[in-house]
Write a protein that binds this ligand. Structure first.
Ligand code: GLA
Length: 425
């Protein structure tokens, strides 16, 4: 939207080249040596946060006269929260109900405090957080480090301490802090300052930044700063309801500019943006790809779809326990792009159980028949001489036990994924 500074103007991003991804596999593996373990020590995000975030699906719809059920209002967040509980999402870990932009009044009150739009949030934010907490859920809110939010609502620059105190007073559990209407220097100054101000409140608030997505120099140092001050950080374009958008994220994560995969871990995760599963554009296989790859990325799982009318097939994907367990694995390690076999991308994510991995086979090709690849486990650098037990995670099926030299055949649908869990015998 009205960004004061350009996003992602690095050549590598603009010309992201599918063909080069394989060359970077070695680099991706080396990153593990330099894993950064120190981060923001506020106890939050020991595993990637899960929940709902309204932006991609509900945007800045403030027209409650014409669209009372879908406008940004307490009614929307309460009704989504109710479904999160009644339809079993919260039991699986989806507990954050996150408000995005356009919730506030257009101006602060006379004391300079942020205030919710009185017509759309008549009961106030403390009342809303109390409601969420009574249902075993958490409430997230949105702010901006600059003078205005991306949607033109009041920003927090010059009000960091006051706004942190306000959020704490309202019982907020997560702050998504955007970076519109700021400058590079101010981002570097005020993102850390807000982190400190949140800590000073004494309330533990998960700090979800967009700092890395506004910084044009995607260096590992920049990511280390994000990890030091934030629990999660967006680092790519806003996701849209399209396959192209999902695929671009996956390729960007494969290129891994600035070695950001190596920075992720408990307490601090890269955020490739919301899940669009259950919206309007993805096929069944494409929805599985987004869920499987976001699990591999140890990404926050924020559903941005209308849970009240979710298609059963999409719901089954979002509630797949095996895939969620890969995402929530306590080791918190982000997958690296490993290699390409024919047209299939192979990604690996070490899991907490010693010697075990999640391995994704992603077929980015469009149309035609499924791609069949045959490989041995030593080809993906597995080394346990006794062999491995292999499970298909989406279908929860034991595929069998394999020695290092045994041939394993994988059939991946066009724009589809096969996700395996590989455990040493
Ligand atoms: C930016 C963010 C989005 C969303 C909008 C709201 O574009 O990246 O996720 O929060 O602002 O205006």
């Amino acid at each position: 939207m009205n960004d004061a500074i350009p996003r992602y103007k690095t050549d590598a991003t603009e010309n992201s080249n599918v063909g080069t991804i394989g060359d970077l596999a070695t680099q991706a593996n080396l990153v593990l040596v330099f894993r950064v373990t120190n981060g923001l020590d506020n106890g939050q995000a020991q595993t990637p946060p899960m929940g709902f975030l309204s932006w991609e699906r509900f945007r800045c719809n403030v027209d409650c006269q014409r669209d009372p059920d879908n406008c940004i209002s307490e009614k929307l967040y309460r009704s989504i929260a109710d479904v999160m509980v009644s339809d079993g999402y919260s039991d699986l870990g989806y507990v954050y109900v996150n408000i995005d932009d356009c919730w506030s009044a257009k101006s602060r009150d006379q004391q300079g405090n942020l205030q919710p739009d009185p017509d759309r949030f008549p009961s106030g934010m403390l009342n809303l957080s109390t409601y969420m907490h009574s249902r075993g859920l958490k409430l997230g809110i949105y702010g901006d480090v600059g003078t205005k939010t991306c949607g033109g609502y009041p920003g927090s620059q010059n009000f960091l301490q006051q706004d942190a105190q306000t959020f704490a007073k309202w019982g907020i559990d997560l702050l998504k802090f955007d970076g519109c209407h700021s400058s590079r220097q101010n981002l570097a100054k005020y993102y850390p300052e807000m982190s400190r101000q949140l800590n000073f409140t004494g309330r533990s608030i998960l700090y979800s930044c967009e700092w890395a997505s506004y910084d044009i120099l995607n260096t590992q140092r920049m990511y280390e700063s994000n990890k030091k001050y934030c629990n999660t950080w967006r680092n790519f374009f806003d996701i849209q309801d399209s396959w192209r958008s999902v695929r671009d994220v996956i390729f960007y994560y494969g290129i891994d500019l600035g070695n950001f995969s190596g920075v992720a871990g408990p307490g601090g995760f890269n955020d490739p943006d919301q899940l669009i599963i259950g919206d309007f554009s993805l096929s069944y296989d494409q929805e599985k790809v987004q869920f499987g790859m976001w699990a591999m990325f140890a990404a926050p799982l924020y559903i941005s779809a209308d849970l009240r009318t979710m298609r059963p097939q999409a719901k089954a994907i979002l509630q797949n326990k095996g895939v969620i367990a890969i995402n929530q694995d306590p080791r918190g390690q982000q997958a690296s792009f490993h290699t390409k076999i024919a047209n299939i991308q192979v990604w690996t994510k070490p899991l907490s159980l010693p010697g075990s991995y999640a391995v994704a086979f992603f077929n980015p090709e469009f149309g035609g028949t499924p791609s069949l690849v045959t490989l041995t486990l030593s080809q993906i650098e597995l080394t346990n001489q006794n062999g491995y037990n292999i499970t298909d995670v989406f279908d929860d099926i034991q595929i069998g036990t394999y020695k290092l030299a045994d041939k394993l055949s994988i059939s991946a649908n066009p724009e589809g994924i096969v996700l395996l869990k590989i455990v040493p015998l």
